[in-house]
Each structure stands twice: as structure tokens, then as C-alpha cells.
Design a protein around this ligand. Structure first.
Ligand SMILES: Cc1cc2nc3c(=O)[nH]c(=O)nc-3n(C[C@H](O)[C@H](O)[C@H](O)COP(=O)(O)OP(=O)(O)OC[C@H]3O[C@@H](n4cnc5c(N)ncnc54)[C@H](O)[C@@H]3O)c2cc1C
Ligand code: SF4
Length: 474
């Protein structure tokens, strides 16, 4: 392995690079800055480091990373191009399977996806796939790179897309690349869905979304923002005026459990808290999302997924007095990215495991703490009651389906849990298609699969685009 005294000479053709150069993640910014700023926590990776890290790839004959990535990105191929200083070619190849590589590179849980599957993740340290994807895509956007779509004939077809989240954007981009006009409607003032109105700036700075919006508009995607389908424009209208419709509207009903005391002052739903913060930082005028200032408060966040991590880390940055994340099971059962848990810990979040909340306690209508039942079996005291004091409690138990009221009047089928029902797939590797029960109406992302990941929403949006192209016979 490399040592600091002997700098390693890098040769992109050397298949043993992984033995000579260690896995090296992008450096993190200093902790005291991270604890107060909502800007991204990783430093930029220099060109030389980028090439060396990409050069660690073994170019396996059967690339497990590629299979594990829901978009089946051509990972070893763009790593090889990057190792050989061919960054623009790498960006071009990246965009063939992923319309938002700079975003996936930032927010995908690589430790559960591509990097987990990397052959080198067996003691040598996986290739830093996510960081390389992010850096290459960032460079291409900064340099104003655009794909050459001049040879693609216009089909004259138009598709309405409801929702500018990852699913909608994934669908719109692929349609555009095939000469189909995509018009994306969203109720919010900016594109991105939860990328903008959910995920905080320390994971994904909002300027990144604007750069991607510029890119998408340049290749022909049209956005109609601040437009709620149902009140500003009707679904029936879109169905009539467009050749097909894609629904990518996400899942927005928060799971609250039946916790007693959840109506007390100081109990906040996770997404309301995060959006309130983003509104305040970006000066959007979204009246339904007030700003919650948690400075000097003792904060408890209930839950253990990505949303909970975003809340605890936001509360730290707001200078809360203490921030505790309380999860009902053990640390290894936590559903979110391990890396985010580590980042939260470094920033000062305290984790408490094996506590199931039973009631939110209050004094004069204001939160004073939470009562829990211990689920710990190793102490021999399961069922023991535990109290923790708090001035604010954020509920981050996840999300369930939020079907629009016009689904019923338009006979759009949903499952018992409210998720949109799609038809079985004719392709053996896919469990279902993105075609709803209504001909010409497709759906994908969280509203079909339940709250999941950015990359799986993009994958479903792209699959829907392929099915729409078949349907339109273009
Ligand atoms: C706080 C938080 C953090 C997360 N962190 C991560 C992470 O780190 N990594 C990861 O991979 N995933 C993460 N996720 C999950 C990820 O963000 C979602 O799985 C993904 O955004 C789903 O994409 P989507 O396009 O299906 O829906 P969304 O992103 O929810 O987008 C749906 C869009 O539809 C619009 N819409 C809905 N109804 C209407 C209507 N009637 N008219 C007009 N517009 C409408 C909404 O305004 C929204 O913009 C996180 C989720 C949350 C809540
Ligand atoms: S899209 Fe996500 S899973 Fe796929 S290669 Fe990129 S970071 Fe890995």
C-alpha cells in the first residue's frame, strides 16, 4: 500500500494500481464549519486524485457494481476514461444512463449499492464510484457541456409530466433525447421535488439543481412551475392536450404513528421542518411551510432513515443545545446510509437505540419530553419505561402514499395502500411496468414503489419513457 514518504507513480494501464493506491474519499471540510453551515461538507477532488482513484478499478469481466446500480451505469467504462484524463468522454457516457449523475454521486447510498458490490470491497477498499461520478458530472456542467442531439428528428409528439422530481426528470430527459417534447408541471417554484424541497444543502447545494435545470431547458425540456395539477390545471385537460401523461408525484403523507401528545406545540413533522428551513434559506414564498428555529433547544428526532439524518444534522446547524436521534431498533437495523450516520455523529448528534416511543409529554401544551419503552433484549429489561427531556420533537417515521383526489374521478387504479397500481411487465427482469390501468397514462418513482431512493425513481422515470416511446410508436 502507498506510504506518504514514497509518492506513487500512477500508470492508468497498471492493473495493480489498487495495491499501490489506497481508496481515498474526498476530504471533509473542518468540523466547526460543518456544524454551522448548510453548504456541502466535501472538498472538491483534484484531477490527479480523480484519475488515480478511477485507475484503481479492476475492470472486472462481470462488473457487479454495474448490476447493483439501479440505472446500470457503465461504471468500469467511465472509470477507465476518467483514469485516462478523458473527462468529457466520461461525462458523455455517464449521461447515456443517468440524467442526474452529479446528484446520484452526492446522495446515493453507495455503501449499499455500487460501492458495496465493487470487487475491491473485500478488504482493499471499494473504488470511490460516487465521488468520481459527482466530480466528472460537476465538471461537465461547469464547462457547459451539452449532448449533441442535432441528428435526432422531432417526432411532433408531446408528453405531459406531473412532478419535477427525479422520476419526472428521468422521464423528461429520455423523451427529449428521442425527439419527444416533454412539458413538466410542478406545484413548487423550482424543479427537483425532494432534491430541492427535502434534502438539505449540506448534502446537495441548491445551485446544483439550477445548473441541471439550465441543462434540461437547453436540451428542450419545458417546465411549468408553480402549477398544481388539480387546481391550476386539470388532469383531464392534460390528458386531452398531450399524447401521453407521466405521473411522478411522490409520496407525501407522513407516517405519524398513533403517538399520544403528537399535537403538542413543539412537535414537528420532518418534511415540514426541512422545507421550512429551505424556504428560509432560498427565500421562496411558500406560506404553508413556516421556519422552525431550534437554536438553544433540546431536540429529539424519532426515526432512523435518511430523513431523520437530515433533520438531526439541520438541528445541529441551527445551534440546538442537544440533538438526539432515537431509533427503536439497533444501529445495524437503521435503513439509511451508514456514511450519513457517521457524518451526523461527527457533527455532534447523539444516537440512542432500542427505544420505542410511546407518548410525547407536555407541560401547558408545550413539549417537555418523550416516553419510551425499551426494546433492548440484551439488557434483560425489555419493556422498561424510559423518559428523555426535549423542547422539540421531530417525527421522521417515513412517508406513505398521497394519491391525488382526481385519481378516483379519472379511474386511475391504486393499491389498498394508496400507491399507484401499474400493469405487470412483459420483461422478465422487471416486476412491473410503468403503465397504469389507463392507456397512455404512466407512473413511476415513490408514488409507485413507495418512499425509496433518488436513483430508483430516476430508473422508473426512464423505464416509463421507454414504454411511452413504444406506446407512441416513435
Ligand atoms: C428528507 C429526505 C431525504 C432524502 N434523502 C435521500 C438520499 O440521501 N438519497 C436518496 O437516494 N434518496 C433520498 N430520499 C428519497 C428521495 O428523495 C425520493 O425517493 C425521490 O425524491 C423520489 O422521487 P419522485 O420523483 O418519485 O418524487 P418527489 O421527489 O417527491 O417529486 C415529486 C414532485 O411532484 C410534485 N407534485 C406532486 N403532486 C403534484 C401536483 N398535483 N401537481 C404538481 N406537482 C405535483 C411535487 O411538488 C414534487 O416536486 C430522501 C427523502 C427525503 C424526504
Ligand atoms: S447512480 Fe448511484 S448506485 Fe449508480 S453508480 Fe452512481 S452512485 Fe452508484
Amino acid at each position: 500500500m502507498s506510504s506518504e514518504s514514497e509518492p506513487v507513480r500512477f500508470d492508468p494501464k497498471d492493473v495493480l494500481t489498487f495495491l499501490k493506491i489506497d481508496r481515498q474519499q474526498a476530504a471533509k471540510k473542518i468540523l466547526t464549519d460543518r456544524q454551522i453551515k448548510f453548504t456541502e461538507i466535501y472538498e472538491k477532488v483534484g484531477d490527479e486524485n480523480l484519475q488515480q482513484q478511477a485507475g484503481r478499478c479492476l475492470d472486472c469481466g462481470n462488473p457487479y457494481c454495474e448490476w447493483k446500480c439501479p440505472l446500470h451505469n457503465y461504471i468500469p467504462n467511465w472509470l477507465e476514461l476518467s483514469a485516462n484524463d478523458r473527462f468529457e468522454d466520461a461525462a458523455t457516457l455517464m449521461h447515456q444512463t443517468n440524467p442526474l449523475p452529479e446528484i446520484c454521486g452526492r446522495v446515493c447510498p453507495q455503501d449499499r449499492l455500487c460501492e458495496q458490490a465493487c470487487t475491491l470491497n473485500t478488504g482493499f477498499g471499494a473504488v470511490t464510484i460516487g465521488a468520481i461520478e459527482k466530480s466528472i458530472a460537476d465538471r461537465s456542467l461547469e464547462n457547459g457541456w451539452r449532448p449533441d442531439l442535432s441528428a435526432i428528428p422531432e417526432t411532433g409528439k408531446r408528453v405531459a409530466i406531473i412532478g419535477a422530481g427525479p422520476a419526472g426528470l428521468g422521464c423528461a430527459e429520455l423523451l427529449c433525447r428521442n425527439g419527444v417534447k416533454a412539458v413538466v408541471f410542478d406545484q413548487y417554484p423550482q424543479i427537483g421535488g425532494l432534491l430541492t424541497f427535502g434534502i438539505p444543502g449540506f448534502k446537495l447545494e441548491k445551485e446544483i439543481i439550477q445548473k441541471r435545470r439550465d441543462f434540461l431547458e437547453d436540451i428542450g425540456v419545458e417546465f411549468k412551475l408553480n402549477t398544481h395539477v388539480g387546481s391550476d390545471v386539470s388532469f383531464e385537460d392534460l390528458e386531452e392536450k398531450y399524447d401521453a401523461v407521466f405521473l411522478g408525484m411522490g409520496t407525501y403523507n407522513s407516517v405519524e404513528g398513533e403517538l399520544a401528545g403528537r399535537d403538542n406545540q413543539g412537535v414537528i413533522k420532518a418534511l415540514d421542518y426541512l422545507i421550512g428551513n429551505i424556504n428560509q434559506q432560498q427565500s421562496y414564498a411558500m406560506k404553508n411551510y413556516p421556519y422552525y428555529d431550534l437554536q438553544h433547544k433540546r431536540v429529539i428526532v424519532l426515526g432512523g432513515g435518511d430523513t431523520a439524518m437530515d433533520c438531526v444534522r439541520s438541528a445541529i446547524r441551527q445551534q440546538a443545545e442537544t440533538v438526539r436521534c432515537v431509533y427503536r431498533r439497533t444501529e445495524i437495523d437503521m435503513p439509511g446510509s451508514r456514511q450519513e450516520v457517521q457524518n451526523a455523529r461527527e457533527e455532534g448528534v447523539e444516537f440512542v437505540f432500542n427505544l420505542q416511543p410511546t407518548a410525547i409529554l407536555s407541560e401547558n401544551g408545550k413539549v417537555s419530553g418523550v416516553e419510551f419503552n425499551s426494546t433492548e433484549s440484551t439488557t434483560g429489561e425489555p419493556g422498561k419505561t424510559v423518559f428523555l427531556q426535549a423542547d422539540a420533537v421531530i417525527i421522521a417515521f417515513g412517508f406513505k402514499a398521497s394519491p391525488a383526489d382526481w385519481f378516483q374521478s379519472n379511474n386511475i387504479s391504486t393499491l389498498d395502500n394508496g400507491l399507484v397500481q401499474t400493469r405487470p411487465s412483459t420483461q422478465p427482469h422487471l416486476p412491473y411496468s410503468q403503465q397504469t390501468n389507463i392507456s397512455g397514462v404512466f407512473a413511476g418513482g415513490d408514488m409507485v414503489r413507495g418512499a425509496d431512493l433518488v436513483v430508483t425513481a430516476i430508473a422508473e422515470g426512464r423505464e416509463a419513457a421507454r414504454e411511452i416511446l413504444d406506446y407512441l410508436q416513435v
